[in-house]
Structures are given as structure tokens and as C-alpha cells.
Design a protein around this ligand. Sequence first.
Ligand code: F6R
Length: 599
Amino acid sequence: MCGIVGYLGDLRATDVILSGLKKLEYRGYDSCGICFHDQTSGNFLTYKDKGRVNHLISDFDYGFTNHFGIGHTRWATHGAPNHINSHPHASASGRFVIVHNGVIENYKELIARYLPAISFVSETDTEVIANLIEYFAVSYPVDLAIRKTLAILEGSYALLIIDTRNPKVLYAGKNKSPLLCGYRNDGICLASDLMALVGVSSDYYVIEDKTFVKVEVADSGYQFSMYDPIGIEYTPMRHEVNLNDDEINKAGFPHYMLKEICEQPSVIRKIMTNYIVDGKFFVDQDILDMFANRKRLYILAAGTSMHAGFVGKALFENITKIPTEVFIASEFAYNKPLLEEDAVFILISQSGETADLRACLVDVKKMGYDTLTITNVKTSTLAREATKFLEIFAGPEIAVASTKAYVGQIAILSILAYVLADKPKIDLIKELSKLAVAMEAIIDKREYIHDLVKNHLVKRNCFYIGRGIDYYTCLEAALKLKEISYIQTEGFAAGELKHGTIALIEQDVPVIAIITQNHIDKNTRSNIQEVRARGADVLIISTNHTMKAEDDIVLMDVHYLLSPALAVIPTQLIAYYKALDLGRDIDKPRNLAKSVTVE
Ligand code: F6R
């Protein structure tokens, strides 16, 4: 959560930082701010406010020569989103200015021990860090003052630090929250996300936890150095910035979410291309060995990724016959069930940075379990820290509501189940190809779905009902609708509704039923009659082989284990169009952020 960008180089720093912040806004968008060095006056200027980056861009003047600065876009944790709590924050004398992504858990203890006399301006833990650096800088050189500060911080941080007495050095620190160092001959950019480096850096380096970073201008050009906690310099791994502008702009779509929904067939095909070698699915032998003869699989995830995990359970239990359990990461971290010893943990995360999941990873590693992360971000913390990882290859997902990463997760889970099975009874290459075609067919009918939405979902509460594997789709469908339209929605096992919740059904309450399986068709249709009898406005999503004349959306037939990746698409479109008609901020819904890096 929160996006940070810092730059020292030949380009105009405010251009790099503001365009970087715009690209990172999906990480948090309560408020934002920037501090940069005005070379004409020699002063550092700070602009910040509640609201979006566009406000920062249009309401302040950047007509100065400037080549050095830091910026931040915030998802509030400590203190309300307002001008005062916006980053950057300065130390009491104004000497040190910092931006911070993360949460400092021991900030109260640090105030009591080191800073009892300081009167803080904001409610943030970040201001404490700036003042700690100032406290240590009284007795130590700046490098050491920052390293001493980093050593006593507990929690997560990606920090960019300016010493206003030295406009030629940008300092940084990193623990748990992501931070990358982008490099090009003409300057260095530090950012919490690869997207901010596009167009500015040719290479990037992933900064390890507990690292202190120094970026400076030397006679030979711009250079950076990275030090581990005991002060030993290390050389990080170099990667190429291989994203291009097309992948991170809207490509003519009005919203990222619609673009990403429409990309889903190509995501399936891209995954196949990346995982098929010589006409067969290929997964690293070490991963196969890690799973060999295991008695149980545990899947950990949050939100949409957890819904993919439920589908994963169906895939593993049907294809590999290995019993599989799914847990909510935030619950598992603090309330562990009785665990089988001979097991592997699979962590599913689009961002690879979800703090709840990382807490689980740390725990299960301590217990000695092997772990596999399935993620869309190969440089993410969860990818690096798990025993092994599998990449989703969905391309950057920028809308806060996850769509293509979800179907990508299901595809990866199906491939993993397939390669682990002795004699899989599914022709997965054929079935995934069929899935991509069926996805295209329903995406092509999106205007029809828009029309359906205009005439339905008039009440401000809604139910998705389904049985078996369709129930998992209902959970995901409900989450999608509520998070972007703010309509209260529940995903319900169709048979369970009558055990209490049916009391909420009254005239015109929308109930959307999903029926992709023959064996539950009759039962779910009885449940539809029950709600119709009480006035519900029912929409039915079915498939060619389950369809009846009354159905509203009919999908092509695909393998039943892959049906959630198809049936979810009309529900994503329902959510999208309802939110559109209600005038919601679709790509950046209120109170949310793309990557949830706080527990
Ligand atoms: C909803 C959504 C969230 C995430 C959840 C986990 O559209 O995106 O529910 O799925 O916050 O995030 P990741 O997958 O990044 O671990």
C-alpha cells in the first residue's frame, strides 16, 4: 500500500516523480505529496494534500530546474487522510524529509525512549522516523544516523530520505515493503513498483530486506550502493525493465478494469505459451519433487486469490487426488488448525506482497514446510521468500479489482494439478484453448450484459447463488460487485439460503444464479423458484448444456473444473457496468488499494 518514487538524475525530477506517482496511484490514493530541490533558489519545496495525484499536478507550480526529489501516494494507516498526515514528512528542524510505505509497529516505544520532547505535527509513524534520524545525526554522520534508525525500527518500511543539507544524495531503507532501484546512465529512480520505472530506467535491482541504500552523483555519473544490516556492501541482481507503455496504459478502453477483463483470453494463451515446452506442460522438476507423495496440500490466500484457491482445491482433489484445504491468510496467521506434517503450502497472491500472507509464510517456513508462491509479480517478496514460485504471466493488473490475475491463478493451478497427476484424465491443452475461445464469446456480448444490468439490480442489495464449484464463483462475483459498485452483495451456497438468509428476499431483490453443472442444475433451479416466489428479480447464468429458455446469459461449454474461470466473466462485466452506471470510481474504488501490505 502507498506508492513511493524518488529520483536523482538529468531529467526533471518532478516530471519523473509525478508521472511515477500517477502510475502507482492504484497502490493508495487518499493523499499525495512531493518534495524536490529547486536548483535556482537552492531550497527544497514540499507540496502535499489530500486527494489524487492530478490535484498535485495541476494545483502547484513545477517551473523550476530540478533534478532531485521524492514523492508519495498514500493509503492511510496512521491518521486520517488529510493535508497534515500526507507525506513527505520532515524532522522537527526540517533537515530530514522522508516518504514511507509500511507500518512501524514500535513507534510509540521509540518516541518514549528517544523523542519524548518532540511535539509531532502529524499522527503518522513516519514523522517518528524523520525525527529519529535527526536525533542520531546530532552525534553521527548522516549515513550512520540513518543506519542506526533503521536498526531500531520494527515493522515494514520502504523509505526515501532527503538530507536537505546535501542535494546530491538520496538515501533509502527497505524492510518487507517493496522497493526497486531503477538505473539508466542519466539517472537513478527508486520506486515501490516496476511501473514507475518504465521510460526512466533500463535496468532495475531488487532491494533486499534490511538494506540501506545510498544514491549519489559522482564524477563518473550516477551511482548507487546497497549495504546489509551490518554495513557490508552487496551487489543486487540486475533485471531488465521489460514492461512497455502499452502494457500499462488503457489502450483505448475507458477503464483499466474493462481492458483487463477483455485481456483474459490472451492471458490464458500467454500462460499456455509460457508453460508448454515441446507440446507438453512443463513445470520445474524441483517443484514436482517438492510435491511428490505429499499427503495434503494447504492453500493460503486472501480475497479474490482465496477464491481462486477454492477452485484450486477442486482441481487438486479431482485431478491429483491429494486432499487440499484452503485458509484465509489473516486467520491462519493467528489461529492455526491441526496440520498434517507431510504437506506443502501453496500461497496465491496477485501482488506477491500481501502482508497477511507473508506473516503465514514466515510461520510455515519456521515450521519446516516447503512453500510455493503463485504470483503475478516475479520480483515480489512472496516469490523471493517461498521455496519456489510460479509466475502467472497475466501482465500488470492495474485496476484495483482483480480480474485477469484471478483467471490466471486458476489456469496456473490447473497446470500444477495436471503435471502432478499420475495419469490426468483431462486434456488440459485442449481444455484451456476451449476456455479462451469461450471467454472471447462472452466478452463479445458485453453490451448485452450492460443492457441486462440497466434493467436489473435496482435494489441496493444483491445475492449470487450457486452450488458446488459455482458457489466459488458466487463468492468472487459478490466480492467484485460490492467492491466497485458499493452494493451490498453476498455469495451464497444456493441450498443454504433457505436456512435463514432467505428472510432478506423481498420484492425486486436481485438474485443472480450460476448454473454450470448438470448434477446441481435441478437443485439450484428449485432454489430459484423459492426466491422468485418471494419477489426476487432473478438473473440466470448457465451454459449450453445446462440452459433453459428462461436463462439470461448462456456460456459455451468448457471442462467443469475450468468453468469458474469462464463463469466469472459475466459477473465481472455485471460489476463493471453497474459501477459505471452508478458513476463509481471503477479503477480506484474507495478505501481500497491494490497491494495490501499491512496486516
Ligand atoms: C479484489 C482483490 C483482493 C485481493 C486480495 C489479495 O478484487 O483484488 O481481494 O485478491 O487483497 O491480494 P493479492 O492477490 O495481491 O495477495
